[in-house]
Design a protein around this ligand. Structure first.
Ligand SMILES: [Zn+2]
Length: 200
């Protein structure tokens, strides 16, 4: 029986496993972000970064995606979108009691946000820099803080379950020393206030 040629990357093979053996040929970098149309795109690189990769990440030439390989390959600096994306779940999982509790919490959160947005804005509230509605119905808010941006998406997946819309923070991390949950709340508040703004 003829001996089978060893595959690259297999134990005992002299040929190292190359990137495209595992993930297919690299597709060329897209010219623009499919969400906002900006050309400020960075490639997301996965794996334990070596010295060169770390340096490129530090210079902002690539985004370090972590050791787990995930679906998104590109990152938009303008709207913080990562794609291709795994579509967000459309329903809830878990026992019915948990689902009911989750929906009730989100309803209360939405009511509190709406009530707070009717008051005078706190001095540190960020501004909505950009807003659009996606074809899939998600509404995108890019919110500007003094330290950078946060991307929020308004989703309606809980509405059929008796819930309200939810404002989810998709991307954007405050630097060390800035309270994350406060930033998160302020970003949601800015989005709600933006939606309730008087018509121009
Ligand atoms: Zn974009």
């Amino acid at each position: 029986m003829p001996r089978r040629k060893k595959e690259p990357g297999r134990k005992g093979s002299k040929t190292p496993l190359r990137w495209f053996d595992r993930f297919g040929p690299r597709s060329p970098d897209p010219a623009e972000c499919p969400d906002c149309g900006s050309g400020s795109i960075l490639r997301i690189c996965y794996g334990l970064p070596g010295r060169e990769m770390k340096e490129k990440g530090r210079r902002g030439e690539i985004v370090l995606g972590g050791c787990m390989v995930r679906t998104p390959r590109w990152y938009c600096k303008n709207c913080l979108h990562r794609w291709p994306e795994d579509p967000p779940p459309e329903a809830l999982n878990g026992i019915p009691e948990w689902q009911e509790k989750h929906v009730a919490e989100k309803v209360a959160e939405f009511a509190a946000l709406t009530a707070e947005a009717a008051e005078k804005p706190p001095p540190d509230e960020p501004v909505v820099e950009n807003y659009w509605e996606r074809r899939d119905g998600r509404k995108v808010f890019v919110v500007r803080f003094p330290w950078g941006k946060m991307r929020l998406e308004k989703r309606s997946h809980l509405v059929p379950l008796g819930g309200t819309a939810v404002y989810e923070v998709i991307m954007g991390f405050p630097p060390f020393g800035v309270d994350y949950s406060r930033s998160h709340h302020l970003a949601q508040l800015a989005a709600v206030r933006f939606e309730h703004r008087p018509p121009a």
